[in-house]
Design a protein around this ligand. Structure first.
Ligand code: NAP
Length: 241
């Protein structure tokens, strides 16, 4: 029996269900940070159009320059966060900043995000006292802050940006837990995850489970890395596999 419900080709290579992503533009909001840019590079390489948002369009243009050089201006488009959110079919939610600042951004973007698939890579780890860990999650708080219905999913919460940036995967499979309450949104998110070479999206159940999934993220992920991977930040969360 296969360990996960993987779709593999003749040689056992992971198959990305690109038909779920056909014609979809991916908004990275914002698209200037490490997580967003690492993901955007993989998406562009697979032929998807990425919309790189920022609070400052000039910063988005700088961030998009390398991608435009490699893939052309039709596949990498610098925009404001608002315009990226408005135009995108699928949004990767990847801001830094205090959780309260991120929630304020969501309230502003609500009219543009309503009904969309939003793949949340943010964590609550540093934002709360550890006595409160497990009681809520960044994603659950984001969902409330947005204030309008959207198809929230999660991915890469316990993945170092350096793992996404790494071009030498040495045949090692990485995985990330994908949670969501909307089945189609989860499957679309898994297709997006599996664009990243050697990455598997593991179905993690509903959004309520993000309370647990985010416990694998920082700061515990960093402690695990120090203890098990000599502090290289090149590991994922499955240290014992
Ligand atoms: N780095 C990792 O290894 C990693 C791993 C898993 C999850 N995450 C999570 O993924 C998210 C992004 O991480 P990252 O490392 O990619 O972040 P990053 O490179 O530090 O920055 C992401 C972007 O957030 C925007 N930003 C910064 N401060 C802000 C503020 N106060 N309010 C609104 N926007 C602000 C900036 O965009 P503009 O200035 O262009 O608007 C910045 O380029 C974080 O929530 C992090 O917890 C990170």
């Amino acid at each position: 029996m296969r360990r996960w419900d993987l779709e593999t080709g003749d040689e056992g290579i992971l198959v990305t269900r690109m038909e779920l992503l056909a014609g979809k533009e991916i908004g990275l909001v914002p698209g200037t940070g490490r997580m967003a840019l690492a993901l955007a590079a993989h998406f562009c390489k697979a032929g998807l159009c990425v919309l790189l948002g920022s609070r400052d369009v000039a910063r988005a243009a700088m961030a998009a320059a390398t991608l435009i050089q490699a893939h052309g201006p039709s596949l990498a488009v610098p925009l404001s966060n608002k315009d990226a959110a408005a135009r995108a079919h699928i949004v990767v939610w990847s801001p830094r900043g205090l959780i309260e600042e991120r929630e304020a951004m969501l309230r502003d973007l609500a009219p543009y995000l309503e009904g969309k698939i939003i793949v949340d890579v943010t964590n609550i780890g540093y934002a709360m006292d550890d006595k409160e860990w497990g009681q809520t999650s960044s994603t659950l708080r984001n969902q409330v802050a947005l204030g309008v219905p959207a198809r929230w999913t999660t991915a890469f919460k316990a993945t170092f940006a350096s793992v996404l940036e790494n071009k030498n995967h040495e045949g090692r499979f990485e995985s990330t837990v994908v949670c969501g309450d909307d089945v189609d949104a989860v499957e679309t998110t898994i297709a997006l995850v599996q664009i990243v070479p050697n990455f598997i999206g593991v179905r993690g159940g509903g959004l309520k489970n993000t309370r647990i999934v985010e416990l694998l993220g920082p700061p515990w992920l960093i402690e695990l890395d120090e203890l098990n991977a000599i502090n290289l930040h090149t590991s994922g969360w499955q240290y014992v596999l």
